[in-house]
Write a protein that binds this ligand. Sequence first.
Ligand SMILES: [Zn+2]
Ligand SMILES: [Zn+2]
Length: 282
Amino acid sequence: MSRLDLHLHTTHSDGSLSPADVIGLAYKAGVTALAITDHDITTGIQDAMATAEPLGIEVIPGVEISSQQGESEIHILGYFIDWQEVEFNARLAALRASRHRRNPLIIEQLQALGIDITYAEVRTLAGTDSVGRPHIARVLMEKGVVTSAKEAFDRYLAQGKPAYIPRELPSPVEAIQWIRAAKGLAVLAHPTWVKTTEGTLTDVVRLLKAAGLDGVEVHYSTHTARQTREYLSLAKQVNLLVTGGSDFHGLTKPDIEVGIGKGTLHVPDSLLLTLKQAAGRL
Ligand SMILES: [Zn+2]
Ligand SMILES: [Zn+2]
């Protein structure tokens, strides 16, 4: 049986396995076509393609861009992107730089509040992971400043708290425009994560569609059967393409496997033909 998996992370962002290792798992799982969609970076695609080709696996160049709309972080997937395009990669590099600038600023803020913590301590705890607020929360716990990660966020790290530093994220509309400028298809990732303060998910999706959104990730590891049906009907209603993938991260999300997610994921391989037609890749 052939399978698709259009949402995979590697060590080039926050996954724990190299592109070659991810391709190896995909081969074992019977995946015939996949997309590497690392966060804000395209450098894993080349290795993935080189490993996949002799195995007869097709690699669709992809990316996942973090964007912000109000309180909600919205992830936009890009497929069939011109991944070596200079301007696109420069935009992604600026995004990554802003992420790296943020963590030391959070530490400075905590120090200014009189807390004994250094960036080096957080770096050590994170090991090979890219540093994020969960690591800072863990150091605060180990030092006895707080008793839980939740308390670290509630007292210091969450939006509106004294050590909160905003991320400089693009809006979803900008992310969509960048992907389309790189000749890609823009797809709303895991719609279940979208927090809507005003209006419904359908309203949000309609606005994004007007800005150029091409598709929605209907099939996803944590979607229930009911959610999958809801998102399928949303895609039909708003006239969007349907995609799907596991969001595999390796050890970072140990319960999710390539190709099958938590065991029930099935991304119909007929989707690929429609995506290729839409991307003008046939
Ligand atoms: Zn995501
Ligand atoms: Zn992802």
